[in-house]
Design a binder for this molecule. Structure first.
Ligand SMILES: Cc1cc2nc3c(=O)[nH]c(=O)nc-3n(C[C@H](O)[C@H](O)[C@H](O)COP(=O)(O)O)c2cc1C
Length: 369
């Protein structure tokens, strides 16, 4: 009888469909978002409502600064895509929307560009700076695991220069790679490699999960790496385990992906761990954040900004205007929270917000959200 070796699974995916295009199709067409279940951890917090806020709604200041770049609100269009013509079109729409709303914008994995740096079409799908030069803060992106697959600091520096990024995301996605039929799974010795690589990149560097969150243990383990910021990408939103399960036609891989669909650290919990372990670094909260109340709760719990991915993808699939409306909707909701909690700015919410947030242990309570 043959022994079972998980790494011997035969990928049986349609090789004619690019991986990034198949991710887009699954995200837009399948049920891979767990946000409706309220499992991102924010539902157990509620703000104290202020019936007499004594501030002028029109004068509320939502602007925030990250690495000297001014954003109109503490909001980032989360890392998603690039590398195909469809992905390029989505990136251009999202970039134009981010520029119009003056919020941050993160490119998806640029791994393909590393392998084909001379490919002009490929570069075009990531070259949003040419299309929307007024984006206030642009992040590049590659999986940290690629440092074990031949990627060098010089390669990344070239990538950052080619796309004019202001900051760079290394994604940490061991669960996704474990489920992905063609996943890169050698995550050994990445801490020393990241330590060596980060100072070479010349821009602020972030570490981010992709939907399974950063635990307290991981946060402590990575403390000595000289990254500048961290993005939680906790559970409660897009599930990459579920997405890869849907891509896999190998029954073992698909069943494993389904089992781990909600594995990880809920976003609110991950945020508290990251803020505790990294008091002086930038913390971006993401993973299932779907409205301005959750953005406000994240800021009150210590986040510098929030990133939303899937909701902005769904809007950009329709048009730039829809993406703008989706961003503006979150901003209006955030402004409303500040007004009815008597906070005149995001900075004030960040400093005093935790005193307004109640951990609501009574499931029958009907307090404010
Ligand atoms: C279509 C799509 C593609 C993504 N691709 C990447 C990627 O290339 N690199 C990355 O770091 N994260 C990627 N992500 C993960 C997001 O940046 C984010 O961490 C995750 O989706 C959780 O946020 P959400 O629940 O708001 O979608 C992707 C997300 C989506 C929806």
């Amino acid at each position: 009888m043959p022994t079972h070796n998980p790494d011997s699974r035969t990928p049986n995916i349609d090789q004619t469909v690019d991986r990034k295009d198949s991710h887009l199709a699954i995200c837009l067409e399948e049920d891979i978002d767990y946000s409706a279940q309220g499992s991102n951890g924010f539902a157990s917090y509620r703000f104290d409502h202020d019936a007499l806020p004594e501030i002028d709604y029109a004068k509320i200041n939502l602007s925030t600064e990250l690495f000297g770049k001014k954003l109109s609100a503490p909001l980032i269009v989360g890392a998603m895509t690039g590398g195909t013509s469809r992905a390029g079109e989505i990136n251009r729409r999202l970039a134009l929307a981010a520029e119009r709303c003056q919020v941050g914008f993160a490119l998806g994995s640029q791994r393909k560009l590393l392998k084909n740096s001379g490919d002009k079409e490929l570069l075009k799908s990531f070259d949003v700076k040419n299309h929307a030069p007024g984006i206030p803060l642009l992040f590049g992106n590659v999986g940290a695991v690629q440092l074990n697959y031949g990627v060098t600091p010089h390669d990344l520096r070239t990538l950052i220069d080619a796309t004019g990024c202001d900051a760079f995301n290394f994604h940490l996605n061991p669960l996704q790679e474990a489920i992905q039929p063609e996943g890169d799974r050698n995550f050994s010795s990445l801490i020393p490699k990241l330590k060596d690589c980060i100072p070479e990149l010349g821009v602020p560097v972030f570490l981010k999960e992709v939907g399974a969150g950063i635990s307290a243990t991981t946060a402590r383990k990575i403390k000595s790496i000289p990254f500048h910021g961290i993005e939680t990408a906790g559970t409660g939103g897009t599930s990459w385990s579920k997405i890869e399960a849907l891509r896999s036609s190998d029954p073992t891989g698909a069943a494993t992906g389904r089992l781990f669909a909600q594995w990880g650290i809920p976003t609110a919990e991950s945020l508290v761990h990251c803020r505790t372990e990294f008091p002086d670094r930038v913390v971006i909260c993401s993973g299932g954040i779907r409205n301005g109340i959750e953005v406000a709760k994240a800021i009150a719990l210590g986040a510098d900004a929030s990133a939303l991915a899937l909701p902005f993808l769904k809007a950009a699939e329709k048009s730039v205007d829809d993406a703008v409306l989706a961003i503006q909707q979150v901003i209006t909701e955030l402004r409303t929270v500040l007004f009815i909690t008597g906070m005149s700015s995001v900075d004030e919410l960040r400093k005093n917000g935790s005193t307004l947030l109640k951990k609501d242990f009574d499931p029958t309570s009907r307090g404010s959200q």
